[in-house]
Each structure stands twice: as C-alpha cells, then as structure tokens.
Design a binder for this molecule. Structure first.
Ligand code: HEC
Length: 84
C-alpha cells in the first residue's frame, strides 16, 4: 500500500521522524484541496513559509505523488486531516 512509503519518513503513527514532520498539526494549516495539490506537485509549495522551514529542519524531501489518481490523493488528504 502507498501509505507505507509515507510512514518511512513520517513515522508509523504519523508522529514524525528526523526525516519528516508528523501530521498532528497539519490540519490547522491545510485544507483538503490544497493538500491534494501538494501531494501532486510538492514543488509548487516551495515558497510556502511553513514548507520552506521544514526543508531546513528535516533530512529528506517530500516527494510528489503525481502518479496517484485524484481519488487516491483525496483519500490520503482526508486521512491526514482526520489525524488527532
Ligand atoms: C522521503 C521522505 C518522505 C516521504 C516518503 C513522504 N514524505 Fe511527506 N514530507 C517529507 C518532508 C521532508 C516534508 C517537509 C516539507 C517538504 O520538504 O516539502 C514533508 C511534508 C509533508 C506534508 C506537509 C505536512 C504539514 O504539516 O504541513 C504532508 C501532508 C505530507 N508530507 C504527506 C505525505 C504523504 C501522504 C506521503 C505518502 C504518500 C509522504 N508525505 C511521503 C518527507 C517525506
């Protein structure tokens, strides 16, 4: 499953690792349609302050998932926004 790729960087429970941030606060900064765009092409968001800061904080880069279908990206976005 595609999610397993995410977990390697974002942590098994999306708690974050040295590689990438966790998702507990993500819902406060993104809405569903923006997240779908981000997953499709992360480099569109390089100028975003929050994303830019992350680039300095973490040791990996968030890959784009352009190969997924819109409905798959939508499912992932909804999952992330539901994390508490
Ligand atoms: C190679 C490591 C890596 C993988 C694999 C990865 N990410 Fe990321 N992700 C990052 C990094 C690093 C960031 C920090 C921002 C950046 O670099 O663009 C990030 C940022 C994010 C953010 C923004 C978080 C926020 O709070 O603003 C989301 C959402 C996200 N990733 C979702 C995913 C999803 C969903 C997957 C799997 C489909 C995934 N990531 C796979 C490294 C990764």
């Amino acid at each position: 499953m595609i999610k397993n790729g995410c977990l390697q960087c974002h942590g098994n429970n999306f708690e974050g690792t040295v590689m990438a941030p966790g998702f507990v606060e993500t819902k406060y900064f993104w809405n569903c349609s923006e997240l779908i765009k981000y997953l499709k092409n992360t480099s569109d968001f390089e100028k975003d302050k929050r994303v830019g800061n992350f680039k300095e904080m973490y040791r990996s880069l968030m890959p784009s998932y352009a190969e997924l279908s819109n409905s798959e990206r939508n499912d992932i976005a909804e999952l992330i926004l539901s994390i508490k």
